[in-house]
Design a protein around this ligand. Structure first.
Ligand code: AP5
Ligand code: MG
Ligand code: ZN
Length: 214
């Protein structure tokens, strides 16, 4: 099964992608998580990505596309994946299409997690993230068992540099300009599915399970 998660920053793409990956036994591929791991490890890619990310801008397509194409070569991605945060521009979607065509496969579902902008800014200030394993928490809606510590791997949790309110506003603007057009792109392919991302975590996952089949 090949799934794309669409939605604004903070809509809950990562939260739901993790649940999908676990239940359907496919890898969760998040470009944001890969960039953050590279920043943490101070790689060349990380240095390049950080300057864009901290400003709420997109990392250039060429860097992002080659990163994802490399990830697709790993054996666990052969039979499917849930893509979270990619594609994010029309050129990225076209590159993905070209790669799929070459391997004779296709996207089964592009799931749009719909949340209005007002709700997003509120959510982001309460988010805490684990840079080690990519798990995401929320101080109010999805608190870790122990304050400031990841339930899965025991690493310390951080507030992301790009979750400051002014950067969130910028990311929302970039989303509306560059990423929202993908909703039509996948609607035209007949694979677009919508879920109401304002509902609680488990309810949103319930809607997704109906789409994917229990
Ligand atoms: P990325 O890491 O992908 O960030 P994003 O798309 O802005 O999305 P987020 O991770 O902020 O939100 P999410 O939808 O995953 O929400 P989450 O589940 O955490 O990208 C970061 C940056 O990297 C980009 O700005 C860009 O610079 C660069 N980048 C990445 N990919 C790129 C690409 N393809 N091309 C170019 N540049 C790229 O949930 C948010 C919070 O809400 C959490 O605290 C969560 O616990 C809580 N929550 C989730 N669901 C619910 C719910 N139903 N009810 C209440 N709370 C909820
Ligand atoms: Mg995310
Ligand atoms: Zn962790």
């Amino acid at each position: 099964m090949r799934i794309i998660m669409l939605g604004a920053p903070g809509a809950g793409k990562g939260t739901q992608a993790k649940k999908i990956a676990e239940k359907y036994n496919i890898p969760h591929i998040s470009t944001g998580d890969i960039f953050r791991a590279n920043i943490k490890n101070e790689t060349e890619l990380g240095k390049k990505a950080k300057s864009y990310m901290d400003q709420g801008m997109l990392v250039p397509d060429e860097l992002t596309i080659s990163l994802v194409m490399d990830r697709f070569q790993e054996p666990d991605a052969r039979n499917g994946y849930v893509l979270d945060g990619f594609p994010r521009t029309i050129p990225q979607a076209e590159s993905l299409d070209a790669a799929l065509k070459e391997s004779g496969s296709q996207i089964d579902h592009a799931i749009n997690v719909d949340v209005p902008d007002e709700a997003i800014v509120k959510r982001m200030s309460g988010r805490r993230a684990c840079v080690n394993c990519g798990a995401t928490y929320h101080l109010q809606y999805a608190a870790p068992k122990k304050d400031g510590v990841c339930d899965h791997c025991g690493e310390g949790l951080i507030l992301r540099d790009d979750d400051k309110p002014e950067t969130v506003e910028k990311r929302l603007g970039v989303y509306h300009d560059q990423t929202q057009p993908l909703i039509d792109y996948y609607a035209q392919k007949g694979v677009l599915k919508e879920v109401d991302g304002t509902r609680d975590l488990e309810e949103v996952f319930g809607q997704i399970k109906k789409i994917l089949g229990e």
